[in-house]
Design a protein around this ligand. Structure first.
Ligand code: CIZ
Length: 302
């Protein structure tokens, strides 16, 4: 392990590289990263680091694509190119084209968990932390298509009162968190606050004290004076929660909420990525130039 870490540090210097890790990565990967965060925060960090040429993105494919769109002059590497996002893959550009034909004169709001090709056909991008805010800026009376996550869409609908056409996509990992899991954990830890991600189903959200994005969950647990928290999102986040709050107790709402794609990245693969300068992620110019508009519209709101 030590020799791999030493080799990664050498290669980082040689390649003028930084390592970015999503909040759902395995502990060893989070610990070696220069930054740990959510997909947009990481992409913005990559953009702001003018002193770096190479970004090793430890997350899933759409996240590396977002970084490549925001940082066209940098090399974006994924340690494992097979780390995809099933939710992002649940809508294709052809399906979105059909949906827009079926509902003309609509505004398309797209969750960041989507491919660059889908973002390119969208009016607004949004994250789980700003989806409510983005939707609230769209004039009343304008019809909205929200893709691809039905649960985030449903949550946004409940917070804004806006009618929206939802796509039936979902995150299989968040779906594995069941209301029974929360009830069980509440029995074991009756004082714990229940904090869940908006990709959870509405029956899980109904049992929660707080709904937030990964960075929102981290902030809430840090700021809140309570000592016990039941966490309803991908279990990789528990590492950062425990590390940043050693005096508090964090309990996974569902032990099965373990994303197999996020877990494909390992220290060995980071080392190989830097040695071979593979696998590179890039977005064709014609798609990137359209996709960036939906991202910039979101950024101008938030
Ligand atoms: O944008 C992200 O990183 C995702 C997928 C979730 C979140 O809540 O941070």
């Amino acid at each position: 392990m030590t020799s791999i870490i030493t080799r990664i540090q050498e290669l980082k210097k040689e390649r003028e590289a930084i390592i970015l890790a999503h909040n759902y990565q395995i502990p060893e990967v989070q610990d070696i990263a220069d930054y740990v965060g959510d997909s947009l925060g990481l992409a913005q960090t990559a953009f702001s680091r003018t002193d770096t040429k190479v970004i090793v993105f430890c997350g899933v494919h759409f996240m590396a694509e977002t970084t490549a769109i925001l940082c066209p002059g940098k090399v974006v590497l994924m340690p494992d190119i097979h780390a995809g996002c099933p939710l992002a893959n649940m809508i294709t550009p052809r399906e979105l084209k059909e949906l827009k034909k079926q509902y003309p004169d609509t505004v398309v709001v797209t969750y960041i968990n989507s491919s660059a090709a889908i973002k390119a056909q969208s009016d607004y991008c949004c994250t789980s932390s700003n989806a409510v805010k983005v939707v609230k800026t769209i004039p009343e009376g304008k019809r909205i298509i929200f893709i691809p996550d039905q649960h985030l869409g449903d949550y946004v609908r409940s917070q804004t009162g806006r009618e929206m056409i939802l796509w039936r996509g979902y995150c299989p990992t968040h779906r594995r968190i069941r209301p029974e899991n929360i009830q069980q954990k509440k029995k074991l830890y009756p004082k714990a606050k229940v904090v869940v991600h908006p990709e959870c189903t509405s029956s899980v959200i109904a049992l929660s004290d707080k709904v937030a994005s990964t960075c929102g969950i981290l902030k809430y647990c840090q700021d809140y004076q309570d000592k016990e928290f039941i966490i309803g999102t991908e279990i990789g986040i528990l590492h950062r929660l425990k590390k940043e709050n050693p005096d508090k107790t964090f309990i996974a709402a569902g032990d099965l909420a373990d994303c197999p794609n996020m877990k494909l990245n390992t220290l060995e693969k980071i080392m190989w990525a830097l040695e071979d300068m593979e696998s590179r992620v890039s977005v064709p110019d014609d798609i990137a130039s359209l996709a960036i508009r939906s991202i910039q519209r979101m950024l101008s709101i938030t």
